[in-house]
Design a protein around this ligand. Sequence first.
Ligand SMILES: [Zn+2]
Length: 550
Amino acid sequence: MPSVRVPCSAHDRARIRRTLPAMLLAALSACAGNSAIESGSLEVTVRDPATGGGVPAASVRLTGTSLAAITNAAGIAVISDVRAGAQPIRVQSVGFCVNDRTVRIAPAIRTKVTIWNCGDVVEVHNAPTEPAIAVLDLRIGSGPASQCLADELRQGVGYMDVGMNAMPITPCHGAVALLTRNHAVYFSNDASALPWTASPGDVLSVNVSPSLLHVPIRVTISSHASLPYAGVLQLTQDQLKMAGDILSNDLAGFDLAGDETGAPVVIREATAAQKGIIGTGCANVAAIRATPALYSQGHLNIFVVEQATDHYGNDIAGTSCLVEQAPDIIFVSPRVAKPHTLLHEVGHSLGLQRPMWGHTDGLEGFWGTNPSEPLNLMDSGRALAIAYLSVGQVLRMTIAEESWLNLPSAPNGSTVRQRQAPGSSEPLSVPCGCPASEATDDCAALSRDISRTGVKNEPTTGTLACGTFPVGPLAVSCGAPTNVTAVLSPVGALGSARFVSLDPMVLTVTPSDNNSKMASLTGVANGTGRVSVWADGSPSMFTVVVSGCP
Ligand SMILES: [Zn+2]
């Protein structure tokens, strides 16, 4: 029966009933909410997941009826006068498996569906033309041959062929992360929402967030003695442009914005008085935080200074103040910085912290040119403009527990991601592994990545810093130096860790040197002091009880 569209006010219904024969009333009863006798048409596109192309000459049939059509050269078949509502269909073609699906036919219009014949597919429902990367925890095989696969990577545009028959996930761990160019990273570990059945042709259809995640930053230009202000401004704008390009290229799912609505970044110049407060490095974190004109709790506060310095007074290109528990404060020196330093420091603030402070120098699985130029953004030796982020790094920046996006950044304790993904039923943050090759249930290894141009780094023989010792209260006698040690991997390796006394009136810390995993603590006043150790994810802090002072 053909569908009939009529205006639907109560008045209309009454008028229709008074004036039309009863036999027509049934056809018009859409107004009364009975859509069962309405019909629409169905357009089925049958696609081959291996190629993305249409499958011609496939039969599309409404199960149990004579309504059927054969797909054309483009893989499209149209069936008219299909009863509205849920309808089972069967798609079948020579050389492919049989797909049984249920489609929901809307009344009076053409309902379009895509059937993947027959592999399992991950579909980015609301971004069909965007490059995408899926990270999948799956189960394949059955019975004794069943196995769990972790962090399988698939690439595609709008959809990704799983390339195997994903089975019902139990008893494996199920998770899916989706990276796209213009939308926040999607992550779910809700196994019950996975569509995988024992049959091929399952579709995991994901609606990604409507927009990128906006990471709010505030940029303040401070000292610029050796360059005119306009020059520093230009260098800073270049750094922001470079950051945007890298984030887009690597499907990072976020941008650097002026606020959480995505407003443009504002670059300010510090006043003379403010420049004194900003100084040249993280030693000034407390003073900066006490100055509202310089510091916003809900932003990454980026200070552009003539020459940033580290805890040892060394000149550095930039730093995130992680040791001071201030991942929301960053220093960058455009005079010495590489073009991508600003984003490199943002990377540290967003959880790229383990091992080796988050640097990928020599870590296995990252890419470089042959023979010697590292290509990763987080390689401290990276000098050229072009740099990339691995899939594992992108994922960690969004979902790692230590990422600033998942740390409280508002008076009410909310996080950037809580504010921008309100009501999300998914866990916003998860623990991630260390070193680079170690994955957790939900977080892929830091080095997990697609193939890139260049050569993959060999396994490192260097030292990875994934823990510290001691982690508990330590008793120190006044005036007597006491050694502390960072726990590094492999056991017994030589390497570096940074120690900072947060209560220098109670005790001081003397690092053995810039490249040591040891430091000595010296009590200067009776009391309890805190020491921050930077050889782990979030800097670990331990307390020290000093006694015996006069
Ligand atoms: Zn760094």
